[in-house]
Design a protein around this ligand. Structure first.
Ligand code: FES
Ligand code: MG
Length: 600
């Protein structure tokens, strides 16, 4: 990292700019407003000398709170951030971001991503901030913050709160999120009771921090580093480690420098940076939520990126990181093995990384990561001995939807043998579907023997997209009926217009767009129909004649389309009217035209 400048008084901005905060705090042309803006920020002890010194005013966008346990440690880290900011000659102003707790918010935290985004845009645009530290962590906090920084485009740096320490139960690693899927199967099979279920699940959360698996949080924090928005090597440091506090201090120092150098998100978030994120997502076994969030960030910064880019640039990338749910280990192990830079270094060796993409530290990703060795090759595998080849997402399309994705790195041997082992047609399977309308319907009926679900049934869930189930529910990975699990069938193929948790190891076909609620093909399916999936051709189709499909569509239109439950809150209704589909990042459509809106 470049050397830090001396503390107060600060050196003038390197770029010779007048910082935007001076329009509030030191504007001789408008003494009335300057006095009014200034006086209230003095009332908790800042001095006029500080606020009028020209020192960069640095926002700390605080996502931690008692309601957000995954990010709560940011309340502690903020102290070290402040010290870093002050050391480098800046003034810290901390403010809250609308909480988004993945596990706590009903009906889904996902609907709050766009709400937190909107709120943060207003704050960054409307207050005297020259730069901002984005305190990222739990799944949606990372995209919400990065989307807002992209829209407003003031200098911004992200600080991950870090994963929890490894969870353990009876000598085995228990990964947060992922253990729930296993515990459900154990309980469905009668091997543990309610008490045992809770104990097993709770063992996976032994400390402050976010999910220790490679779920959406670890994925998005890793990708925020790959995108260049946080300091190299900092994403994977576990929350309680001393290096996490040290990273907070360095981050605080660095954002002040970035303001002086006028390094903005639009300088960092280039198309090359996004393509690197796609590549690394495959190599880490990243979450199926990543395309939604990464595409949303790209949309807000104005970089073209499509769901097809994920297959084109990501599918052929090998899986190198042996973390649950695709592998065995957890977040502490990932950090000790070298974290994101060690993965990037391996991929650089194969020419898979665009090395010139910049990082907030002022260097390129190539310069930052090229020489990072693997410290534990059980956790991060060398690129010539990967866990899997072709570990990215397949993008599927057909008469069921225009786009859906499937995470190939979590296709189990059991799954491959049952569905993908026909030598004539090794990458295709077909089967009869059983259709559920939303998660309540699924939970109510999954164990009903009358459905006739067998080892070759394809489970479909619809009404779970951004509009049908506001925010899109994480429900597509459906466990088979308990009777089948007892017979050793641990997963069935699943298709849905919702999402699935990044901590799930299910090879579901998900994020189907358009969703049933806006007339997507899933709305036309009936239980008993046959569906064919061909991974090599990238197709997913209902096997019924076109004329029959047209009749069904006419019948659906005649009753006013696929039924939706009423909105429960004002925001649900507002978002339903404005939101796009999952393949387009589920962004608020009118928001996208507001780009680089920061004014002085
Ligand atoms: Fe917050 Fe997993 S629930 S990071
Ligand atoms: Mg989730």
């Amino acid at each position: 990292m470049p050397e830090t400048k001396p503390p107060f008084p600060p050196t003038p901005s390197d770029s010779g700019r007048r910082l935007r905060s001076r329009a509030w705090f030191d504007n001789p042309d408008n003494p009335d407003m300057t006095a009014l803006y200034l006086e209230r920020y003095l009332n908790f002890g800042l001095t006029r000398e500080e606020l009028q010194s020209g020192a960069p005013i640095i926002g700390i966008a605080q996502t931690g709170s008692d309601l957000s346990p995954c990010n709560r440690h940011h309340l502690v880290l903020a102290e070290r951030l402040r010290e870093g900011i002050r050391t480098a000659g800046g003034i810290a102003i901390e403010f809250p971001v609308h909480p988004i707790q993945e596990t706590g918010k009903r009906p889904t935290a996902s609907i709050d991503r766009n709400l937190a985004y909107l709120g943060l845009v207003e704050v960054l645009h409307g207050y005297p901030l020259d730069g901002v530290v984005l305190t990222i962590g739990c799944d949606k906090t990372t995209p919400a913050c990065l989307m807002a920084a992209a829209t407003v485009n003031i200098p911004a740096i992200a600080l991950s709160v870090g994963p929890m320490l490894n969870g353990w139960f009876r000598g085995e690693r228990t990964g947060s999120g992922t253990i729930v899927w296993k515990a459900r199967q154990l309980m469905a099979a009668g091997e543990i009771d309610y008490q045992g279920f809770i104990e097993l699940v709770a063992s996976s959360a032994p400390s402050t921090g976010y999910c220790n698996t490679m779920g959406t949080a670890s994925t998005m924090n890793s990708l925020a580093e790959v995108l260049g928005m946080q300091l190299p090597g900092s994403a994977a440091i576990p929350a309680p480690y001393r290096e996490r506090q040290q990273a907070a201090y360095e981050t605080g120092k660095r954002i002040v420098e970035m303001v002086r150098q006028d390094i903005k998100p639009s300088d960092i978030l280039t198309r090359d940076a996004f393509l690197n994120a796609i590549v690394v997502n495959s190599a880490i076994g990243g979450s199926t939520n990543a395309p939604i969030h990464i595409n949303a960030i790209a949309k807000h910064v104005g970089v073209p990126l499509t769901v097809e880019d994920w297959q084109t640039h990501g599918l052929g990338v090998p899986l190198l990181v042996n973390l649950q749910p695709a592998g065995e280990y957890l977040g502490e192990d990932f950090h000790r093995a070298g974290g994101v830079p060690a993965v990037v270094a391996q991929l650089i060796g194969q020419g898979l990384i665009r090395e010139d993409a910049p990082n907030v530290n002022g260097r390129t990703i190539g310069e930052n990561c090229r020489d990072q060795p693997i410290m534990d090759s059980r956790v991060i595998l060398p690129v010539d001995q990967p866990l899997r080849i072709n570990a990215g997402f397949v993008v599927l399309r057909g008469n069921l939807f225009d786009a859906a994705i499937m995470k190939t790195s979590v296709i189990s041997e059991e799954f491959r043998e049952r569905y993908l082992s026909n030598p004539q047609d090794p990458e295709a399977f077909e089967g009869k579907v059983v259709v559920f309308d939303g998660p309540e319907d699924y939970h109510h009926r999954i164990d009903d023997p009358a459905l006739g679900i067998d080892a070759y049934t394809i489970l479909v869930i619809r009404g779970t997209g951004p509009i049908g189930y506001p925010g899109a529910a994480e429900v597509v990975n459906m466990r088979p009926p308990a009777e089948l699990i007892k017979q050793g069938v641990h997963s069935l193929p699943c298709i849905g217009d919702g999402r699935q948790s990044g901590t799930s190891g299910s090879p579901s076909i998900l994020n189907a767009s358009p969703e049933a609620a806006v007339g997507g093909g899933l709305a036309l399916l009936r239980s008993g129909d046959r569906v064919r999936i061909d991974l090599r051709r990238g197709s997913a189709d209902i096997l019924i004649p076109e004329a029959e499909l047209a009749d069904r569509r006419a019948a659906l239109d005649a009753v006013g389309g696929y039924p939706m439950p009423p909105s429960q809150t004002p925001w649900q209704e507002i978002q339903r009217g404005l939101v796009g589909q999952l393949d387009e990042g589920m962004v608020l459509k009118p928001a996208v035209k507001y780009q680089r809106i920061a004014q002085t």
